[in-house]
Design a protein. Structure first.
Length: 79
């Protein structure tokens, strides 16, 4: 293997890392957000099943956007 071949491989690997790195970081971020949304939904379902009522679940309560608790949107992702 010549020095030129090694430099070609090194250049390829560096360019690949520059292109694939941000994509892989973004994918990891998306998976983290999806996991957090699933955990929050499970907590909410568990609280609803146990009959617990928090401030947002009180009659007539609205969130910051003015939506009632029954108007919440589920962000679960179809598998």
């Amino acid at each position: 293997m010549t020095t030129q071949t090694l430099l070609d491989w090194f250049t390829f690997l560096v360019l690949f890392a520059l292109v694939a790195g941000p994509a892989l970081a973004g994918q990891a971020r998306e998976r983290r957000i999806d996991r957090q949304l699933r955990q929050a939904e499970r907590r909410e379902l568990a609280a609803d099943a146990s009959g617990a009522t928090d401030a947002a679940g009180a009659a007539g309560a609205t969130d910051a956007a003015g939506a009632t608790p029954s108007a919440r949107v589920s962000y679960s992702r179809a598998a």
